[in-house]
Design a protein around this ligand. Structure first.
Ligand SMILES: *[C@@H]1O[C@H](CO)[C@@H](O)[C@H](O)[C@H]1NC(C)=O
Ligand SMILES: *[C@@H]1O[C@H](CO)[C@@H](O)[C@H](O)[C@H]1NC(C)=O
Ligand SMILES: *[C@@H]1O[C@H](CO)[C@@H](O)[C@H](O)[C@H]1NC(C)=O
Length: 386
């Protein structure tokens, strides 16, 4: 309905001044995140394609994934938890688990997921052969976080926002790229079945049109990231590179040494657009510095338990494959105020009504949890620590 209204309005404006303006963010008007696979920071940071891209962007030098293998990291980035997941098999989360989609739609922001070689919009299958002619999987469900959430798949309009890279290219050419975009290249281009160098070369080439001077009329921030590191015995340190015409000229070619995780994507969106929060680990996650500085967010800090964190092993939860480590989905903490300056999304509070006083692991502290020495600690919900 919203979409129809907007497009009718756009139609009415043709020939008049300009098309319908996007809602303005504080530091950017569009966010695109592109996900590559399984590489250690130390190797990627010295790669020549990345070094060349870095001249136009900001390298985040202390960005960490949550656990291994791939799938939990993808799930975490859009929902503020990975719910104990420690494998890549088919999983599903109930409808009362909200995602970034709920936060964005609440403010009438448009969004899409683009998955290279997905056989059709809203495809929910495990895997599909694609365009590479290798007779292997090119598209895989484990790299598409949206289809795991019933809150997305039970809504036909949302499901149809999960589209192919071909659709992205058409949308880009028409200057109609949505305000939040999540992109997963196929298993060759993301480096999963190829090499570090193959994936960074692909990224360099793919990004050139998006970084061209007139590529976007609106300030666009692009986060090229990895899902996880390659070496499980070492901390889960990955490269994330911020790019796009939302980067102020003075920050191009610089580094940012703030501690980040994939939850920082959620807190950064919240700070930029003044969004509500999910009441999970999104609250307390550090906000990308270029955005924090612009909006006056002062909550960034190192997690107090950082020295003991082992982000290579999943804590217990609903999706753990070990029955003795299975727990229900934790109740969101409805008392937290997030980086957008707002409380939990009212629709989430309504969906979880009656659970307000139940113990929850989410405390807004920014602490990082693991399945080793830092398991989540459940407490009576309290407000955001100052
Ligand atoms: C998808 O994979 C799961 C195991 O992870 C299996 O149980 C299920 O049957 C598969 N579905 C299809 C359609 O292949
Ligand atoms: C990618 O690797 C997986 C195993 O990890 C394999 O099953 C699949 O066929 C490979 N895909 C391609 C396109 O080579
Ligand atoms: C983290 O846990 C994994 C799996 O138990 C183990 O192999 C690794 O050595 C641990 N790393 C640290 C730094 O403790």
């Amino acid at each position: 309905m919203q979409r129809l209204f907007v497009s009718l309005l756009g139609w009415a404006c043709i020939g008049a001044a300009s098309p319908v303006a996007l809602p303005q963010g504080k530091a950017f008007d569009r966010f695109i995140t592109i996900w590559l696979e399984n590489q250690d920071y130390a190797k990627v940071a010295v790669d020549s394609s990345i070094a060349d891209l870095k001249r136009q962007g900001i390298l985040l030098t202390r960005y960490y994934a949550h656990t291994h293998p791939s799938q939990p990291n993808y799930l975490a980035a859009i929902a503020g938890d990975y719910f104990g997941l420690n494998h890549d098999d088919w999983v599903r989360l109930p409808e009362n688990v909200a995602t970034v989609v709920d936060l964005l739609e609440d403010k009438d922001l448009t969004w899409a997921g683009y998955f290279e070689d997905v056989p059709g919009p809203g495809y929910m299958g495990n895997a599909s052969d694609g365009s590479t002619g290798t007779d292997g999987w090119d598209y895989v469900r484990k790299h598409n976080p949206f289809v795991t959430y019933d809150s997305v798949t039970n809504n036909g309009e949302r499901l149809l926002n999960l589209e192919s890279f071909d659709t992205f290219q058409r949308t880009f050419a028409a200057k109609k790229v949505p305000e939040f975009v999540f992109m997963t290249p196929n298993m060759m281009n993301d480096g999963h079945n190829t090499t570090l160098d193959f994936a960074t070369k692909w990224s360099h080439k793919f990004l050139q049109p998006l970084l061209a001077e007139k590529a976007f009329d609106e300030r666009t921030l692009i986060a090229l990231t990895y899902d996880e590191s390659e070496t499980y015995s070492e901390p889960n340190h990955i490269v994330t590179l911020l790019l796009g015409n939302a980067i102020p000229p003075a920050l191009k070619g610089t580094e940012d040494d703030t501690f980040y995780t994939h939850y920082s994507i959620l807190s950064t969106l919240q700070a930029n657009w003044g969004l509500h929060n999910l009441g999970r680990y999104d609250v307390g996650a550090n906000v990308f510095k270029l955005v924090a500085d612009k909006v006056g967010y002062t909550g960034n800090k190192d997690p107090e338990n950082l020295p003991t964190v082992n982000n290579s092993v999943s804590y217990p939860g609903l999706l753990n494959d070990d029955p003795s480590r299975r727990l229900p989905v934790p109740v969101p903490n409805m008392k937290l105020v997030g980086a957008g300056g707002l409380g939990i999304l009212p629709a989430i509070e309504a969906a979880w009504s009656g659970t307000q006083t139940r113990q929850t692991p989410y405390d807004g502290s920014g602490k990082v949890f693991d399945g080793d020495r830092n398991p989540p600690v459940y407490n009576t919900p309290a407000g955001t620590p100052s």
